[in-house]
Design a protein around this ligand. Structure first.
Ligand SMILES: Cc1cc2nc3c(=O)[nH]c(=O)nc-3n(C[C@H](O)[C@H](O)[C@H](O)COP(=O)(O)OP(=O)(O)OC[C@H]3O[C@@H](n4cnc5c(N)ncnc54)[C@H](O)[C@@H]3O)c2cc1C
Length: 426
């Protein structure tokens, strides 16, 4: 009989760990607090599940130990993700390198995982919330305690996620389990989340989407920059580039004094050099100088934005450009290139896609085993690894789940039912 392994958390990383350990001959019990496995997977990728990325690189992640992360990703990368899912029946397609199930249904990803968990002989216990993990005094086994009872195992994998989207089950209790075992914690903040701004007038441009370059400034220094589709909301800013910036902003705000603000500068015309832009403005003046201010600026940016900028510059839409204050006209141009907003915080964990921070990689071995409590392993978001948008977070869940799952006693070779050649996408 193989070792017994208890996996706490039946999300992406937990299910991958369970399948891998069971294929390696371990007796696996998967403990999940919800009444079913993998609830979060259903909401990923807007219901389509971006499960990986063909351009896998350590630079797409944040962690205190990029060297270790690179090694982990080298041991289970995109090809392995594709092979694994094909081996359990999922067709995968690539959209510009972003991997999705061919059906574009996140439910398909969850279904094939659930079927394989069953086929691999994993014992699934739902409605069990682990409250502590301790080494038994006599048996030396690791014991997982919950209100519903206690389970004993040779080894335990903590795959409880972080505390993003707590409705799906990951409420931060995994961090507490790790801390009870003596682990430290890289401070946790919401990441891949919308940012809230002080400017109340944003309501008038809510719903506008535009390509933009967004720079984060704090105490006179540029801290980060992203380009992509910005979405304006009534309380602040959203969209992929904002999501990518949010972890940096949240760390700055977490370390700053109360009521500190981070400034965001938005350039709506990032493809224009200053020179080109100045020439455009001069040309516009020559050709359209006879118009009203609103007519004059029409066609430069989204109409709602232009009307807002005209107002912010202190101009009236109906006044003639020929008689308008030159400094105010110049101010409108300036706002197109550098609109300053003040970020006061982000939306909460309820809206975040992931958490930045967690159990430091320094405290685990190359097998993701705890350096403090042998026999305890970690997988997924509970660790101090978070990725950019684009399938990187699920890739980390599959990769870390595989490594933690395969470690103990087995051959270390994953036994897939399909031949494990080079992964293919349709
Ligand atoms: C809306 C949304 C969209 C996303 N889209 C994408 C995407 O398209 N691509 C991508 O790569 N990533 C995406 N992510 C991020 C990705 O889903 C997560 O990084 C990934 O699911 C983390 O996997 P995990 O197994 O570590 O944690 P989770 O998926 O959170 O699973 C943890 C599991 O542990 C259980 N649990 C927690 N505590 C306990 C306990 N004490 N006892 C028992 N069980 C417990 C939870 O109920 C849960 O089932 C998205 C996230 C969200 C919220």
């Amino acid at each position: 009989m193989g070792n017994t392994v208890g996996i706490v958390g039946g999300g992406a990383a937990g299910m991958m760990a369970a399948i891998t350990a069971a294929r390696n001959g371990e007796r696996v019990t998967l403990l999940e607090r919800n009444d079913r496995l993998g609830k979060k997977i259903l909401s990923t990728g807007n219901g389509k599940c971006n499960l990986g990325n063909e351009r896998l690189e350590a630079e797409a992640y944040y962690t205190g130990r990029p060297d270790m992360l690179e090694d982990f990703l080298g041991r289970f990368g995109t090809e392995d993700t594709i092979s694994f899912f094909q081996s359990i029946g999922l067709l995968i397609k690539s959209r510009n390198g972003y991997l999705y199930p061919a059906s574009e249904q996140a439910a398909a990803v969850l279904d094939v995982l659930r079927y394989e968990v069953k086929a691999a002989g994993v014992d699934v216990v739902t409605d069990f919330k682990a409250e502590s993990v301790e080494r038994g005094r006599r048996s030396k086994l690791l014991q997982v305690y919950g209100k519903e009872g206690v389970y004993s195992f040779d080894r335990v994998i903590l795959a409880c996620g972080g505390k993003a989207a707590p409705k799906t089950g990951s409420d931060g209790s995994g961090y507490r389990l790790a801390e009870q075992l003596g682990h430290s914690m890289v401070p946790v903040v919401p990441a891949l989340v919308q940012l809230r701004c002080r400017e109340e007038y944003l309501k008038s441009v809510s719903g506008v989407r535009a390509d933009a370059q967004i720079s984060v400034w704090f105490q006179g220094k540029r801290a980060a920059q992203e380009r992509g589709e910005l979405q304006l909301t009534e309380y602040g800013i959203s969209g992929i580039p904002v999501f990518q910036l949010s972890r940096r902003v949240n760390y700055i705000l977490a370390g700053a004094k109360k009521h500190a603000e981070v400034e965001v500068n938005i350039d709506f015309l990032p493809d224009y050099t200053e020179e080109d832009f100045r020439m455009q403005c001069t040309g516009r003046r020559l050709l359209q100088g006879h118009r009203t201010v609103e007519e004059f600026f029409t066609g430069m940016l989204h109409k709602k934005l232009m009307l807002l900028f005209i107002k912010l510059a202190g101009l009236k839409s109906a006044e003639a450009v020929s008689g308008a204050d030159e400094r105010k006209l110049a101010r409108v141009y300036e706002l197109c290139r550098c609109w300053k907003l003040h970020v006061i915080g982000s939306n909460s964990y309820d809206n975040a896609q992931v958490c930045a921070g967690g159990v430091p990689l320094d405290e685990v071995t190359e097998s993701l085993e705890s350096r403090l409590v042998p026999g305890v392993y970690f997988a997924g978001e509970i660790l101090d690894v978070d990725g950019r948008c684009g399938g990187y977070n699920l890739q980390w869940a599959w990769c870390s789940g595989f490594i933690a799952g395969k470690h103990h006693g087995g051959s270390g070779v994953m036994q897939s039912r399909a031949p494990r050649g080079k992964g293919q996408v349709v």
